[in-house]
Design a protein around this ligand. Structure first.
Ligand SMILES: [Mn+2]
Length: 380
């Protein structure tokens, strides 16, 4: 008893790519995303011919409800899905492409090999020995823990579940509240594979636990600066006896990466520019982090640096974070009545707040007083 399929999620076709800012770059990324979708279709067809493929699962956020273009739907999406015939394609809508009355899922005729799951769990008997359960997101059911509603009718067959939801493994990862669930909710069901969408990087579920049966394929293309590293679609084989084999395959067109530049000891912004230039990668979308201890009198002008990077075409696109810090000497503090009274206030309140919080307050306060800039605020 076995089955082979592709699991994809979070294509976000026609994504706004907002963080890129410049419209030319947004257009380029949209085209690249479309190319990646075409490659996925070609790959599915090739696999179907060469080694056999049973179906495709799409775990939500295929497009974005508020910015899809009919052109993309017809000439890219429907055309591609039509091309896969007779291969069945199962779609569970996500929070960006919810199943609402004016959704293209409802208003357009989809190719006949496509099945769109409704707003509560539905079982499709793909074969007598393979059952697929899926559910689509709507504004009404979005906050539900849908795994608590799931009922598996026959544990003896291969059971596959597809939905777009957030594994709540730690407070830090709260990512909206779309179909929240935990590893325990998943473990309660006799299922062989959970095809998940929502998190844009590949990851296994439960995160950090054993008994892995769920996978986030992640988005095939990175969509914002946080989505670093490799992005995949998944080729999955489920064998009721020997278990699950998952092979991540990447068609990614552009790498998003983090570049760290140590600015310790620079004597001007020009020095920082030289250091940045050494990291040149014209094709990469870069999360640039400036680190190190610098003279508090040297101001890191992020706008000027961004302009420089654009003019010199050092990266395709960049977001810069100033994580440098300055040590303020006692001479400096004594020379500033404001700094002195600020530190007095902190000292007087030191029993009321955790020391970690106070050290952040001191850092931000002294930066504000001496360099008139707040650095690193998003790490707090
Ligand atoms: Mn998404």
């Amino acid at each position: 008893m076995k089955v082979k399929f592709l699991h994809v999620a979070d294509f976000h076709l026609d994504s706004k790519f907002l963080p890129l800012g410049e419209s030319q770059k947004v257009r380029t990324r949209r085209k690249e995303l479309a190319e990646t979708f075409k490659k996925f279709i070609q790959f599915a067809n090739l696999l179907k011919e060469q080694e056999g493929l049973d179906f495709i699962l799409i775990a939500g956020d295929l497009f974005e409800h508020d910015c899809y273009s009919p052109h993309t739907l017809k000439t890219l999406l429907f055309y591609g899905l039509e091309n896969l015939k007779p291969l069945p394609v199962f779609i569970a809508a996500g929070n960006h492409d919810p199943l609402v009355s004016d959704s293209p899922y409802v208003t357009y005729d989809w190719p006949s090999n496509v099945h769109i799951f409704p707003d509560s769990f539905q079982r499709v008997e793909f074969r007598p020995d393979v059952h697929i359960y899926g559910i689509s997101v709507t504004p009404q059911n979005l906050g539900n823990n849908v795994l608590q509603e799931l009922k598996i009718s026959n544990p003896e067959v291969i059971n596959i579940v597809v939905f777009h939801g957030a594994e709540k493994s730690s407070e830090k990862e709260l990512f909206g509240d779309c179909f929240p669930f935990s590893g325990e909710d998943m473990a309660a069901h006799p299922c062989d594979y959970f095809a998940l969408g929502h998190y844009h990087n590949f990851r296994k579920v439960p995160l950090g636990g054993d008994n892995i049966r769920g996978y986030y394929s992640g988005s095939p293309e990175p969509l914002n600066f946080k989505e670093l590293g490799e992005h995949y679609i998944l080729k999955v084989e489920v064998d009721k006896n020997s278990g699950v084999k998952v092979e991540p395959i990447s068609f990614q067109r552009r790498i998003y990466k983090q570049v760290e530049v140590d600015c310790s000891g620079v004597s001007s912004l020009e020095d920082v520019k030289v250091l940045i230039k050494e990291c040149r990668d014209e094709s990469a979308v870069v999360n640039l982090v400036l680190r190190g201890e610098i003279d508090p009198d040297i101001r890191i002008d992020l706008e000027e640096l961004a302009e420089f990077i654009r003019e010199e075409n050092i990266f395709f696109s960049v977001r810069i974070k100033n994580a440098t810090h300055s040590e303020y000497t006692s001479e400096m503090i004594n020379s500033s009545p404001l700094a002195k009274s600020f530190l007095d206030v902190v000292e007087k309140n030191k029993d009321k707040y955790p020391p970690q919080l106070l050290s952040v307050v001191v850092k931000l306060g002294l930066d504000g007083i001496f360099i008139r800039e707040v650095r690193n605020w998003d790490e707090i």
